[in-house]
Design a protein around this ligand. Sequence first.
Ligand SMILES: Cc1cc2nc3c(=O)[nH]c(=O)nc-3n(C[C@H](O)[C@H](O)[C@H](O)COP(=O)(O)OP(=O)(O)OC[C@H]3O[C@@H](n4cnc5c(N)ncnc54)[C@H](O)[C@@H]3O)c2cc1C
Ligand SMILES: NC(=O)c1ccc[n+]([C@@H]2O[C@H](COP(=O)([O-])OP(=O)(O)OC[C@H]3O[C@@H](n4cnc5c(N)ncnc54)[C@H](O)[C@@H]3O)[C@@H](O)[C@H]2O)c1
Ligand code: SF4
Ligand code: FES
Length: 803
Amino acid sequence: MKEKLVLIGNGMAGIRCLEEIIAIEPERFDITVFGDEPHVNYNRIMLSKVLQGNTQMDEIVLNRRSWYETNGIHLHTGDAVAAIDSTGKTVTSVSGKTVPYDHLIIATGSNPFILPLPGADQQGVIGFRNIQDCETMMTYAKKKKRAVVIGGGLLGLEAARGLLNLNMDVYVVHVLDSLMEAQLDAQASAMLKEELEAQGMTFLMNKQTIQLNGDGHVTGLTFKDGSELAADLVVMAVGIRPNIKLAQEIGLQTNRAIIVNDYMETSLPDIYAVGECAEHRGVAYGLVAPLYEQGKTLAKRLVSGSRSEVTPYTGSVVFTQLKVSGVDVFSAGDFHETEETKSIRVHDEFDRVYKKVVIEENRVRGAVLFGDTSDAPRLLDLMRKRTDISSLSKVEILPAENSTPGEHPVVTMAADEIVCGCNGVTKGRIVQAIVEENAVTLDGVKETTNACRSCGGCKPMIEALLEHTLGEDFQVKTADTLCNCTDLSHEQVATEIREKGLQTTKEVMNVLGWKNEEGCSKCRPALNYYLGMIHPLEHEDEPASRFVNERLHANINKDGTFSVVPRMYGGVTDVQQLRKIADVAEKYNVPLLKVTGGQRIDLFGVKKEDLPHVWKELDMPSGYAYGKTLRTVKTCVGERFCRFGTQDSVGFGIRMEKKLEGMSSPHKVKLGVSACPRNCAESLIKDVGLVGLEGGWDIYVGGNGGVDLRQGELLGRVGNDDEAEQLILAFLQLYRENARYLERTSAWIERVGLESVKEQVFARQPELAARLEITLSTFQEPWKAIVENDEVKNQLFQPGGVQ
Ligand SMILES: Cc1cc2nc3c(=O)[nH]c(=O)nc-3n(C[C@H](O)[C@H](O)[C@H](O)COP(=O)(O)OP(=O)(O)OC[C@H]3O[C@@H](n4cnc5c(N)ncnc54)[C@H](O)[C@@H]3O)c2cc1C
Ligand SMILES: NC(=O)c1ccc[n+]([C@@H]2O[C@H](COP(=O)([O-])OP(=O)(O)OC[C@H]3O[C@@H](n4cnc5c(N)ncnc54)[C@H](O)[C@@H]3O)[C@@H](O)[C@H]2O)c1
Ligand code: SF4
Ligand code: FES
């Protein structure tokens, strides 16, 4: 009979340890896992990214239920272990299950530390540790305005960035005068603060909270200096406390956490601890890299049955990277300077780059990098190997050695250098997986080597290695998978739809073997788009596969009301339209009428049930301000009234808007038409931007004025409006056929390069334009159809109706 192994804690460290055990000897143990949370094992680290809106909740699952089943693991989720009987060798759960063990692993992680202040037990005061906390913040952001994060450490700043992305006003209260003081020196910390202030955070430094005000729900904070701050939500990110209650109850030796030796053995036989709840040589780690190293040692210890064959775990060099987009921060080891240390510093005030390497007895002891973290893997390698650097010239230590311009520094790294710090995966292992084990996509590398399965910070390096190793094959092969329901990439799915003549999302999922037969929020809209793009005449749009804004043909506002943006071709209106808008706004008590950046009038705050009436009475076409389609064509005044104008920008803008109206596309598309290089219509930050010249137009593509600001690049120069239209149609069709769903023109061109786009647009102009004409011929104004259809009206627009 198999020995019984019980794991308490279905989290990152415990499950990684099981993965290591299974990799060595899959059949060795009869395994049972208890998890307090109702979920399978997920990537806790990525909750920051989920909150920031860069990742979906269903993308952060690390082990699906099928993994537990395949490996014969008895999984009990949502059922915490309440007691351990170390004499009888059993554990008993809250729901009353008693399970015997031969070996017991405690991997209960930590709890967020909630400051024991008066008022801290009110609603609206939370930590940030699990899916539930993340969802709570997202819910608050929909109805509340001001968030206060207490704690300017890694977690607090990542939470603050997420709350900003959710459109809250964010205040960070920090007890010291320097952010992330455990990871950064004063200079880097000041630069970080400046950068985050520029992103929109407000900092209250040197502030000690003494009370949380409110009457059951938090309303604000009072500080020791007597000042106060209002708050709708308070997130405490002031550190963690290892979860050691069970261990203490059975008398295990504990300090801050459960004391373990170099084999992760606790003070009682057959009981082991791993992860944040374990304390090794006086250190309880709070980052995954050391926890995974511990998991590896424990796996070997358990499988081998004794210590003799196991290399002991002796501790880890820790490093951190802040996961806030637009800020590159890295810190490793001990960066404090003493009489025994000397430092190398680089501070480039122009590019806002700061680097400091602290050296002791010819060995790198710690490093802080801000603004450029490309040296991080090399510095970490020097630290991990304790390399004697006396033979290196000091200037060589900071800039990446031997790298040629345009080439990623990972290319020149040695094979034994670590690329993925979280998972301890070397460059050599990744290259081996790519070359010998057919791991030719990012997901493939993840699955084969574990690299990039945690914070994702090594993703650019792995992509660079894929590109370097695969050469010309890279483009096709490294395309990311569409979503977790399939192993196929966007490109592969589109090809299969074409080649197999697939017609509906259900059919695609069946024929291409979707893992989740219902699909997910990522693949359903993508498939609906690809099907419509490939079969423009045959495909019946599937509203259920669309995002709510697109289903309701209106933008949902923060407070649950909607905004209505009628189309005004080229930004031109007239007295009749203005009068109608004014009447409707008055009749339906529209609280805010606003001229948009795209030169339209937006009626904000319309109730869902009023939408059909508002649209009927406006009797204007939808401006599609919610859709993955043509949004606006912004025009300048042009030659008719402006003395600099060389072209009829208004006329051509209106012509293009009427032509492209309703065009489905991978993402929103905006045009700008300026009649001279003064560019009053901001043509260079549009997906397609025209700039008038004497006798023609310059056409720019791939501009973006949003978060990822990008200037458009010149696609070509044309002599008249007809030529301009043809070139634009060809460009947009190439984009529609080749970009991945939800990829803006800017990101697409950045990925494939302007030269390849130009080459294809000019070589295939007539056929591309003709295909787009077919798609455009199918357009139907959506609101007309809705207003005339009582069934749709009732189904979608009743108060609280189906969304
Ligand atoms: C938002 C966020 C971002 C982070 N970012 C990073 C990062 O970028 N890099 C990095 O290295 N680290 C990061 N971390 C830290 C990292 O997630 C943790 O170090 C890691 O998850 C710890 O793993 P663990 O298994 O020890 O604990 P956990 O992953 O917390 O797992 C412990 C599990 O045990 C369960 N449990 C507790 N008691 C019981 C019981 N009695 N019975 C059953 N189950 C129980 C808990 O519910 C939990 O699910 C981040 C953490 C957070 C919250
Ligand atoms: N990118 C990453 O690596 C990452 C991201 C998030 C979380 N984590 C991990 O999660 C854990 C929790 O993170 P954390 O940031 O909460 O812990 P932390 O201990 O790293 O930081 C807590 C911060 O709160 C401050 N603080 C303490 N008391 C305060 C008070 N009363 N008022 C205001 N500020 C106060 C501290 O000075 C410190 O800067 C850590 O182990 C961390 O390493 C890591
Ligand atoms: S872009 Fe040139 S033509 Fe158009 S309004 Fe501005 S100055 Fe006048
Ligand atoms: S460095 Fe964190 S996942 Fe690779």
